[in-house]
Write a protein of this length. Structure first.
Lengths: 151, 786
């Protein structure tokens, strides 16, 4: 077991972890922040996307020990008193149905727009091709990201 | 009535929890002392289990127990039942865990169960279990499976033929075909698909040894039927001691209708070790254990007279059911398939037969559309080829054979009585929306430049909201197809709506609340929709077959009507007026004297009064809660006209969908935003089938597309912008006038894209390719044609 310290959603945690523990399992099981979902085991779906030191990262591709000393934001920490513009946009544009891909989609999209406020539709589609959604056909997700970019 | 929330795009009530990471999915449950299950699965498609050595696994630190199949059987666990048994159907034996001495019959079949203190340890222990197999030859092809000399999966099912199902009189149809001026013949496959809801299946079970009560949280589209099957057939815990909860479920698309082994194993282990236990599928497990969809091989013939009218249709299909019969498997390639073969058309004579075979593959059952997309694909491919071979515009040819508006209700020769529709108006709108003639002109110009541009048209029918229960029973169903609801008005005037439908993305919490808001004249925010808990909801049938609004919504309307009637009785008593002199206030709730609106009993007063019972009419029971069961008189028949344009890269064979237009008639619409969401999402899955998705097995029974790296799901960067519009012919037989909206997008899009690809390739002399139209397949066809 190895001790790690991470700041998640503004709160500092020190925990003993197995070296093989995936960051996503650390977030979900150790910290009980279950908003970050798991939908595959090959890093294809993006459901577990979080912000790790300012980057959008699939948290199944990172070991918890690698995150030692990092600052993490999960979907639970995105809103700041009121909904983040991306959360609001997903609600406004019906950008979700079953909601399972949504946390990862919102985290990936929030970072996309932060990096590129003038983002085009084609850039949104390309930027989200690592996040799978089975319900929406992506159309309203694209509309939501475009709305948030204008917000 | 007034207050017209119905028909408007109210934003979803369920979204705040999802967008903030507060969804209540089964895998999120954490209970004290929770233990974790992992399942040892067969790597072979067909093999006899000679021995299982669990010693190393049991010796591992953190492993609580390892169980093999015989232990479950010896404790009284039953075989998984089939819930739809057609005449003559041979149902193969399926145990939740295959016992030693028996055979595994598909890669992923359950062999042993580990329970440990962490999911990581459980996975380790699964690897430490040694299973000795004698591998056997496998069969993975529906048609080959019934030929002599092939491996037999189940000793009591010769030739792997579970049943044969036919509708119509073959000699009559063959005679009509031979007398026809033209006969279009086609052999096609409708490939195996893997549903891939984003949330993998999961189960959590908690046993109370003192009360002998079990609570099971499971990712189901229909918790009540699952409880019934667990009680009566598999687990054996009686219904009144078994609570099944399906909280937020992350998509289903049919795959979460069925009763799965892990749903039995998890509570069985929880009782055995007297601790809460959790099982969560990995995606790799989902691929080899969730029921698959489609997988038909078909020969079809369509006859036409000299004037281009359809004379007869013959359809012969080999349907792969996989290694066992999944819960509703026999419904799909029988009634849900052959009974839809009339499409939008007047076809006087139809004969269909299905040979349902068993193969060494994952069981096949309902996947979005379930039989109806397979039917639409057969009919529409033939119609499209007929138009092409007669050199007619595909839309003009369709119109020539449409059932006309004045012919509804229309009795098809394949049992269905279509409720309503206007297919000409539907196509008028689709042609207008797509600027069809301009599309055609643009295609001709592109072709003149040597580009491979194609236009695809589909005209599809669906039967949604399966019904009525009496007919379903006659066709082999073990369950009914009604729905229940309770509208409960609390003493403070707030409203809970309990429904037996289940929402796993559809938005029922919003749409059902819209209905009740209009029915009772109360604000949306005063209404909460509750579903998915057998302890809260009276028996319910769940959600599938695009049934929730037509059947579940109709039940809610009936409950709300009863609530209004009771409020009227109470108000009449308190206002000392005759009921016929009173009116219900749909804009705010309550009851007033006609012509004297100030003489009123408010919704709040009547609600509270019903519970204080201080001033109720003699003989009226206190309380304000009404239950209804709604058994639909018929299916509803949504219909659609979709038009799309594709272009094929001649150098690579890659197909891109450039334009997509969808006009759907789903009857009256409760929430246009939700309906469009269903249609567009469905179209994505339909495009997925046409272009990319394929559950491919090799001859040894290994699934070649068992991860998201190999199974090509539609992604944001390959989806076109989809333009939607509607025509409305209300269903005449339910109180809302609605038809189903959940599956038509998928049904129609597969066909439209297939036709566009074939249209693009037609100048090369290519008549038909089987889906998916991958770049490799299209490129090879182009090379061969050159």
């Amino acid at each position: 077991m190895t001790a790690i310290n991470v700041v998640v959603n503004g709160k500092s945690y020190t925990r003993e972890v197995e070296p093989r523990l995936l960051l996503v399992d650390f977030i979900r099981d150790t910290l009980s922040l279950t908003g970050t979902n798991i939908a595959c085991d090959t890093s294809q779906c993006g459901a577990c996307t979080i912000h790790l030191d300012g980057q959008a990262v699939k948290s199944c591709t990172v070991l918890a020990v690698q995150a030692d000393g990092s600052t993490i934001t999960t979907i639970e920490g995105l809103a700041n008193g009121k909904l983040h513009p991306m959360q609001q946009a997903f609600w406004d544009q019906h950008g979700l149905q079953c909601g399972y891909c949504t946390p990862g989609m919102i985290m990936a999209a929030a970072k996309l727009v932060e990096d590129n406020p003038e983002i085009t539709e084609a850039e949104i589609r390309h930027g989200l091709e690592g996040n799978l959604c089975r319900c929406t056909g992506y159309q309203n997700i694209i509309a939501a990201v475009a709305q948030a970019a204008k917000a | 009535m007034s207050q017209t929330l119905v028909g408007t795009s109210v934003k979803r009530k369920e979204d705040p929890r999802f967008i903030q990471g507060r969804g209540k999915y089964v895998a999120n449950l954490q209970l004290p002392e929770m233990a974790y299950i992992a399942v040892k699965r067969s790597p072979y498609a067909h093999a006899r289990i000679e021995a299982i050595d669990t010693r190393a696994a049991e010796a591992m630190a953190g492993v609580l127990a390892v169980f093999t199949g015989q232990e479950l059987i010896d404790s009284g666990v039953g075989k998984l039942p089939c819930g739809w048994v057609v005449p003559g159907c041979k149902v193969p034996t399926r145990w939740p865990v295959v016992p030693i001495g028996d055979k595994v019959r598909h890669v992923g079949d359950s062999v042993a169960v580990v329970v440990a203190t962490s999911p990581y340890i459980a996975e380790d222990a699964v690897e430490a279990i040694e299973v000795s197999y004698t591998p056997l030859a496998a069969v993975t092809d529906a048609k080959r499976a019934m030929q002599p000399g092939q491996p037999v999966l189940h000793d009591d099912i010769p030739n792997n033929l579970s049943y044969t199902w036919a509708l119509g009189d073959r000699p009559t149809i063959e005679q009509a075909l031979s007398a026809s001026a033209h006969v279009i013949k086609l052999d096609l496959t409708n490939q195996r698909l893997i549903p891939n809801a984003m949330e993998p299946r999961a189960a959590v079970a908690q046993w109370n040894a003192a009360t002998e009560e079990m609570t099971l949280w499971t990712t189901s589209q229909n918790p009540h039927p699952i409880r019934l099957l667990l009680s009566a057939f598999t687990l054996g815990i009686p219904e009144h001691k078994l609570r099944v909860i399906s909280p937020d479920v992350g998509g289903g698309f049919g795959s979460k209708i069925f009763h799965y082994p892990e749903e039995i194993i998890t509570p069985w282990v929880a009782r055995k070790i007297n601790r809460p236990v959790k099982w969560v599928a990995s995606r790799s497990e989902s691929f080899i254990t969730d029921s698959h969809g489609r997988d038909h091989v078909t020969h079809a013939e369509l006859g036409l007279d000299a004037e281009g009218h359809i004379t007869a249709l013959l359809v012969e299909t080999w349907a792969d059911h996989g290694a066992y019969l999944s819960t509703f498997a026999p419904l799909i390639p029988t009634a849900f398939y052959h009974c839809l073969l009339s499409g939008l058309y007047k076809i006087p004579l139809i004969y269909g037969i299905t040979y349902a075979t068993l193969t060494n593959t994952v069981p096949v059952d309902a996947y979005r559309g379930a039989g109806r997309p397979e039917a639409a694909y057969v009919v529409e491919r033939l119609i499209d080829l007929a138009a092409r071979e007669l050199d007619l515009d595909p839309i003009a040819f369709r119109r020539h054979n449409f059932i006309q508006p004045e012919e509804f209700p229309y009795q098809t020769p394949v049992a269905m009585l279509y409720d309503s529709g206007d297919y000409n108006r539907l196509f008028d709108k689709a042609q207008e929306l797509s600027s069809y003639s301009e599309l055609v002109a643009a295609r001709e110009a592109a072709r003149a430049e040597g580009r491979l541009v194609g236009i695809g048209v589909s005209g599809c029918i669906e039967a949604s909201g399966p019904a009525p229960s009496k007919i379903a029973g006659a066709l082999g169903s073990a369950v009914g197809f009604w729905e229940s609801s309770i509208v409960r008005v609390h003493p403070s005037g707030k409203v809970s709506v309990l429904t037996g439908s289940h929402t796993h993305g559809q938005g029922h919490e919003t749409a059902f609340a819209q209905i009740v808001a209009d029915q009772l004249g109360v604000p949306m925010e005063d209404i909460e929709v509750i579903h998915g808990d057998t302890a809260a909801i009276p028996f319910g049938m769940g959600t599938y077959g695009s049934r929730s609004m037509a059947v579940g919504g109709s039940a809610i309307v009936k409950s709300a009507e009863k609530v209004r009637k009771k409020m009227l009785k109470i108000a009449a008593h308190q206002l000392e007026a005759a009921e016929e002199d009173l009116a219900y206030d749909f804009n705010g709730g309550g009851v007033y004297v006609k012509g004297s609106p100030s003489q009123k009993k408010s919704f709040f007063d009547l609600s509270l009064g019903a519970y204080t019972a201080h001033n109720l009419p003699d003989g009226l029971e206190p309380g304000l809660e009404e239950q209804a069961f709604y058994d639909p008189a018929n299916f509803t028949f949504p219909n659609s006209a979709h038009i799309c344009q594709v272009e094929i890269d001649r150098a690579t064979g890659e197909v891109s969908v450039q334009k997509y237009y969808a006009v759907d008639d789903v009857g009256n619409v409760i929430n246009p935003m939700l309906v469009d969401g269903q249609i567009v999402g469905g179209i994505a899955q339909g495009i997925g089938q046409a272009l990319w998705e394929y559950g491919a097995y090799d001859e040894s029974g290994q699934l070649l597309s068992g991860t998201f790296m190999d199974y090509a799901m539609p992604r944001a960067d390959v989806m076109p912008v989809i333009h939607t519009a509607r025509t409305v012919t209300p269903s005449p037989h339910n109180p809302l006038g609605v038809k189903g909206a959940g599956e038509m997008g998928t049904i129609a899009a597969t066909v439209a894209v297939a036709h566009a690809v074939m249209d693009a390739l037609a100048p090369l002399g290519i008549r038909h390719l089987d889906m998916p139209f991958t770049a490799e397949k299209v490129w090879s066809a182009i090379q061969e044609a050159a």
